[in-house]
Design a protein around this ligand. Structure first.
Ligand code: SAM
Ligand code: SF4
Length: 316
């Protein structure tokens, strides 16, 4: 760590913090969750106060963007209190990744009581039956309605679509059409070889280049310039669609990673792909600097071969 800047030993500056509020979820997406998952008991979660204190310390050291995730972050009863606490920390961007099932009823409070304005909402299909097949929950209308409501309320909304060969690859063009029509950005995520995906990863992966090639047969795509630590290639299509591709598997972006992670149990982690972390839950404030310095030293320089834990447990 150099001075007050969160810099790792590879010279990368950490400016993004992803906070998992819990690992539990009210969906069972086939690429993410086993049908009978084991979740961390509530008493082992970091408290709202601890989360805000740790995030506050990291913001003072240079974190500029914070995103809440899980599991499903809206399941945590104190999510709003946490978002309120994080709102006062001076982060430039405060965001949330959600499956959109319970989010709709929380939008008004998020808008009026917090600075949280950046929503990534997962919607892997535009077809009700296919949505239910992929998420194992028949709630397409609710999720779709929440996305449009959030857009209308002025949130910055991006829809996450995990692209899965044989499951929703026939909908890629529909999503481009939908994005242009509704004015909502879509991000296609390559399926990652992690957790339950490990068994049929090779069969399901659709490389981003393949999707881009397919879309280009129907739309003119103009590449957009992103930040150096951006995780997505983004384009504007000639129907007005804002489409992006997160090529975590075919073109990993780890070399420019600027992200730290805080797990639901209060472990600060340097990377999604390593099990290494330091438990800050119950740790006195004066010990944070040493813990953070060692986490920065542990940050891998590039993509690790194997992911130690499922995404929902670390915080996707
Ligand atoms: N429950 C929330 C949701 O689904 O948006 C937040 C947590 S979820 C783990 C965060 C993101 O990770 C979602 O967009 C989800 O689709 C994605 N995800 C989960 N497992 C994945 C996998 N194996 N490959 C690619 N993306 C995955
Ligand atoms: Fe839950 Fe999100 Fe995983 Fe789906 S992707 S099972 S909504 S954590």
């Amino acid at each position: 760590m150099v001075g007050h800047v969160l810099q790792d030993k590879h010279g990368r500056r950490m400016r993004k913090l992803r906070i998992s509020l819990l690992d539990a979820c009210n969906m069972r997406c086939v690429y993410c969750m086993p049908e009978k998952p084991h979740f961390t008991p509530q008493e082992d979660w970091a408290s709202a106060e601890e989360i805000v204190r740790i995030a506050g310390h990291l913001c003072a050291l240079g974190i500029e963007e914070i995103r809440l995730t899980g599991g499903e972050p809206t399941l945590r009863a104190d999510m709003l209190a946490i978002a309120e606490g994080l709102s006062g920390l001076g982060a430039r961007k405060l965001g949330l990744t959600s499956n959109g099932l319970l989010l709709g009823e929380k939008l008004e409070a998020l808008k009026t009581r917090t600075d949280l304005r950046f929503l990534n909402i997962s919607m892997d299909s535009l077809d009700r039956d296919n949505f239910a097949r992929i998420t194992r929950k028949d709630v397409f209308e609710t999720v779709h309605g929440t996305i449009l409501k959030a857009r209308d309320m002025g949130f910055s909304v991006k829809v996450n679509v995990v692209a899965l060969r044989g499951l929703n690859d026939h909908e890629v063009l529909d999503f481009v059409d939908w994005s242009g029509r509704e004015g909502v950005a879509v991000r296609f995520l390559e399926a990652m070889n992690i957790g339950v995906m490990e068994k049929d990863f090779a069969q399901r992966l659709i490389p981003a280049r393949e999707m881009i090639g397919e879309i280009r047969k129907h739309y003119k795509l103009t590449a957009q310039v992103g930040e150096v630590d951006a995780t997505a290639y983004t384009f504007v299509a000639d129907n007005g669609a804002d489409v992006g591709f997160i090529a975590s598997e075919s073109e990993p972006f780890c070399g420019n990673c600027s992200r730290l992670r805080l797990t639901a149990q209060g472990h600060l982690r340097p990377c999604l792909f390593t099990h290494t972390g330091i438990n800050l839950k119950g740790v006195a404030f004066e010990h944070y600097p040493a813990a953070i310095a060692s986490i920065l030293d542990l940050k891998p320089g590039g993509r690790m071969a194997h992911v130690a834990q499922p995404m929902y447990q670390i915080g996707g």
